[in-house]
Ligand binder design. Structure first.
Ligand code: TTP
Ligand code: CA
Ligand code: CA
Length: 573
């Protein structure tokens, strides 16, 4: 559940920077002849030209959307350039994009505390930089204000085109009688404009930014004016911004909590929350979440920018939507092997380059069953201590999967129910490594460290298969980005064009910490403790519904034969 953190009384200056149509920009830098053309990055497969995962702004103007198939995009915009995402091990290989994201991070990190929030986003705490500027060279004393600064959008200021608008921005930034909070924001505006120009110069990428007094508001603002623009949230504009903001657009309210607010309290916008007292909200959602809700309705959030340039976790995932759903243990094992290989490679380079090790391995899957009554049951996520080495990770991942499947299917899992036998299908798989720590400095050799540490156990899933509660809102970043799953659900296996509800199978390290301390429940025996999981994204159930509608009757006999045959052989005790 979200944790309420009081905001400090001192005004902070926080920026959220998000790259514009990021994968497209990375591909356009590689192939400069594509610049300025309507372009999209596609996860190609033979079905309807694959799925789009990033769309340039030129293509968006022609009506192309991320949810489209390649063929649909060509129909909407015949001149569209489709670039295929690199593939390795039968799935999208995001290394190129991760590396490009790191280039940006290394530039932005020079400005202050920097938190890498996803493959293409960072938060910056610019308070110190802004305070220094205010002390040494306040905006009101500047003779020349850069054009990029003057193009900023200041919420609450009416926007007129042309020079008048820029003059208004200049006046706002240079006001002598502004309060300290606004003056600090003005410094933030200048600093961020400069940083964005630097990013463009050094990487050739454009980005957009939100500048506000806290992370929540900065994040909301960064997406308001894209591409290549920045938006500022003065304190005086907060209420208006939130009053009409749909509750589900709010980071952390995209999931169950947001749904409960809508259905149980009839709240549609963040502003609607204002009618409820803190006590009332606490009665409904507990002390912490109640206070957190009360705060966000007022734009209050004390969440700090974490000084973290490296990812909190590594993940490798893939979805198998529609007719591609996996239906046998052998295909699940095949894909887990591929995913584990990729994960292991990334763990090795993290170890080599950053001297960091991870200690928890987690398996997430989304699934559905044939029997209607149970179709909403979530596939449990499982964790165990992480052992380094590809084969060990592969072995452990498969063990975790089997433990989770046993629990998912229940005691009658593979027994006939009436005349029907129950079947399962897997629509998403991901393995992730978390609880990443630096190897203590002074450790003379990595091998010695491993030998001395119990974090790397000698046996797999050794009675310590742990249930994993899928992310609570407060522990994740990417979960605010709700995406439509409808189209995705009808796609054959794809790796990247996805929803960011959790867990994120295609882009599992998109700012997500799949396992936070509190989420892992120790389990002393193989007996898995049942822990209710937050939605494995609605994706599973939606996919379930759509797939069933499309294909179930056609496929069901074959599925039953194949998967139940295997389950009888391998899963029954
Ligand atoms: P986003 O920041 O959500 O989108 P974007 O950068 O393409 O476009 P915008 O200008 O609106 O920010 O995602 C960053 C990258 O992550 C995106 O370029 C491709 C990848 N991605 C996926 O692979 N699947 C997805 O569902 C989403 C949302 C993103
Ligand atoms: Ca982006
Ligand atoms: Ca983003």
């Amino acid at each position: 559940m979200p944790v309420a953190r009081p905001e400090t009384s001192d005004a902070r200056v926080i920026a959220h920077v998000d790259m514009d149509c990021f994968y497209v920009q990375v591909e356009q830098r590689k192939q400069p002849e594509l610049r300025g053309l309507p372009t999209a990055v596609v996860q190609y497969n033979e079905w309807q030209g694959g799925g789009l995962i990033a769309v340039s702004y030129e293509a968006r103007k022609c009506g192309v959307k991320r949810s489209m198939r390649g063929d649909e995009a060509k129909a909407a915009c015949p001149q569209i350039q489709l670039v295929q995402v690199p593939v390795a091990r039968g799935k999208a290989d995001l290394n190129l994009y991760r590396g490009a994201g790191s280039e940006v991070v290394s530039i932005l990190a020079k400005s202050g505390k920097c938190e890498r929030a996803s493959i293409d986003e960072v938060y910056l705490d610019l308070t110190d930089a802004a305070e220094s500027m205010l002390a040494d060279a306040p905006p009101e004393s500047l003779e020349l204000i850069d054009e990029e600064v003057l193009k900023s959008h200041i919420l609450g200021m009416s926007r007129e085109d042309g020079d008048d608008f820029k003059e208004n921005v200049r006046d706002w930034i240079c006001r002598k009688d502004a309060d300290r909070r606004d003056k600090l924001l003005s410094c933030g505006i200048i600093i961020v404009a400069e940083l964005r120009k630097q990013v463009l110069k050094e990487t050739e990428f454009t980005c957009s930014a939100g500048i506000a007094h806290n992370k929540m508001l900065a994040k909301l603002a960064s997406g308001m004016n894209k591409p290549a623009q920045q938006t500022v949230v003065p304190y005086s504009a907060v209420q208006e911004l939130l009053s009409s903001l749909p509750i589900k657009k709010m980071k952390q309210l995209g999931g169950k909590l947001g749904t409960s607010l809508q259905t149980d309290l009839g709240i549609d916008t963040v502003g609607d929350l204002l009618q409820y007292s803190e006590t009332k909200l606490q009665e409904h959602y507990g002390i912490n979440t109640g206070t957190w809700l009360w705060n966000i309705a007022r734009g209050i959030s004390g969440e700090e920018v974490q000084g973290r340039l490296l990812p909190k976790s590594h993940g490798s995932g893939k979805t198998f939507p529609g007719p591609r759903a996996l239906k046998s243990l052998s295909t699940v094992q095949h894909w887990l092997n591929q995913l584990s290989e990729e994960l292991s490679e990334r763990l090795s380079s993290d170890l080599e380059q950053n001297k960091r090790i991870a200690s928890t391995l987690t398996l997430h899957a989304s699934a559905f069953k044939s029997r209607d009554s149970d179709s909403h049951k979530k596939f449990p996520s499982k964790s165990c201590p992480l052992r380094y080495g590809v084969t060990k990770i592969q072995e452990d991942a498969f063990n975790l999967f089997q433990a989770a499947l046993r629990e998912y299917m229940g005691p009658f899992g593979s027994k006939p129910q009436g005349n029907k036998q129950e079947t399962w299908r897997i629509t998403g798989l991901s393995v992730s490594a978390s609880k990443i720590v630096d190897i203590p400095s002074g450790t003379s050799s990595i091998m010695r460290y491993f030998q001395s540490e119990s974090t790397v156990p000698s046996r797999s899933a050794d009675g310590c298969v742990q249930d994993h509660v899928a992310m609570t809102p407060s522990a994740s970043e990417g979960c605010s980005e709700q995406r439509s799953t409808e189209t995705q659900a009808a796609m054959p296996e794809e790796d990247t064009g996805v929803t960011y509800t959790l867990p994120n199978f295609e882009n599992p390290d998109k700012g997500i910490d799949p396992v936070s301390e509190k989420d892992v429940v120790s389990c002393p025996s193989n007996e898995a403790t049942h822990v209710s999981t937050q939605s494995e994204s609605n994706k599973g159930t939606q996919t379930n519904r759509i797939w069933r509608k499309m294909n179930y009757s056609k496929e069901k006999n074959r599925v039953r034969d194949l998967s139940l045959g295997l389950m009888h052989k391998k899963l029954l005790p």
